[in-house]
Design a protein around this ligand. Structure first.
Ligand SMILES: Nc1ncnc2c1ncn2[C@@H]1O[C@H](COP(=O)(O)OP(=O)(O)OP(=O)(O)O)[C@@H](O)[C@H]1O
Length: 332
């Protein structure tokens, strides 16, 4: 796996939506939730904060929003250093950290109107916010009559009342059915299309792969990889799988094709009726593989370029740490 590109190199903190260096947080009771976390989240687009359960995603978001004070390290939000600069920028940040509560016997629109009044946002934004999250039709539905997915979209609508530049959503699709996930994803993508920055935490890799432009992977409170999703999913994806079909069989020894490829410097693994052809970390060109095999009269029935999923990369980077917990011990 490639090292993470050093996105932060020579870039002033103000250029980032979120920037953090060496953030540490040990909770009373001993959990070291953040162990020198670095983050460089660019402005604009969707950024996935990804990590196994207990890796420190929620703690990171709480630190960034000033809800928890870190023990050490530096962080900035929209260029404002935390915690002192937070009041300057907090109105430009919309966040959902916990499941929001609504008045169950009031409509979606009334809930938003009350909130708009409480936070000093213009009432005129209520209809627009409902429209943006696809709840215009449900504006007169009582909150208790909304599905979980609709309530989550109403939660996103609350963050739109002030038209912020940066959104921070902790596990926004948690517990939603596929339709709800789709709707929330569409809302997030729409915000990014409008030039906003959306930071979404998740341990759902497929979800992040579909929605995020860039990703930070954290494990045990540390950054293990940061960069564009596209470079993460293509890292280590350079091989070619060759199906040999009918050209393979009695009288055609397996090693003819394998030998020809190895002589050309490829590594070859035999997987049933297929060969998996790699060349170190380099990307293997399928046409060259086909030519090499053709020279010894072996004709593949199918050639498929490997595509690593974010899940492959994630497991490799976190050592499959889905069950691991951060280091324990010591005092808060
Ligand atoms: N208030 C707290 N007091 C003590 N320990 C805490 C507290 N909040 C979090 N922790 C611990 O800190 C570590 C990181 O937790 P955190 O909630 O940030 O992880 P996470 O990546 O968001 O996990 P998940 O995906 O399960 O939500 C865990 O070991 C957790 O038990």
């Amino acid at each position: 796996m490639d090292d993470p590109p050093d996105l932060a190199k020579d870039v002033p903190a103000s250029a980032w939506a979120i920037h953090a260096r060496g953030v540490r947080k040990r909770f009373r009771g001993g959990a070291l939730a953040l162990d020198g976390l670095d983050l460089s989240i660019p402005r604009g687009g969707v950024h996935g904060l990804l990590g196994p359960n207990g890796s420190g995603k929620s703690t990171t978001m709480r630190v960034l929003l000033g809800l928890i004070r870190p023990d050490a390290g530096e962080a900035s939000l929209l260029g404002a250093p935390l915690p002192d600069g937070l009041p300057r920028v907090i109105d430009r940040v919309g966040a959902i950290i916990e499941e929001p509560r609504f008045f169950p016997s009031m409509t979606a629109a009334t809930n938003l109107t009350l909130l708009a009044r409480a936070i000093g946002a213009p009432r005129s934004r209520v209809a627009d916010a409902l429209q943006q999250v696809g709840l215009a039709q449900q504006s007169r539905t009582l909150a208790r009559g909304l599905s979980l997915g609709m309530r989550q979209r109403l939660a996103i609508a609350t963050t739109l009342l002030k038209d912020p530049d940066l959104f921070i959503f902790d596990e926004p699709t948690n517990g939603l059915d596929p339709a709800g996930i789709h709707a929330v994803r569409a809302t997030i993508q729409d915000l990014a299309t409008r030039g906003r920055t959306v930071v979404v935490s998740s341990h759902n890799l497929a979800e992040v792969q579909q929605v995020a432009d860039t990703v930070s992977i954290i494990a045990s409170g540390r950054l293990v990889w940061e960069g564009p999703v596209s470079s993460l999913v293509t890292a280590g994806a350079g091989g070619v799988r060759v199906r040999l079909g009918e050209s393979w069989g009695p009288g055609r020894p397996l090693d003819v094709g394998v030998m020809a490829l190895r002589v050309e410097g490829y590594e070859v693994a035999i997987e049933g009726e297929a060969l998996h052809v790699t060349r170190g970390d380099a990307k293997v060109d399928g046409a060259s593989v086909a030519r090499t095999l053709g020279r010894v009269d072996v004709w593949p029935s199918e050639l498929v370029q490997d595509s690593a999923t974010l899940e492959d990369a994630f497991l490799a980077l976190t050592d499959g740490a889905g069950q691991d917990m951060p280091h324990q011990g010591g005092a808060a």
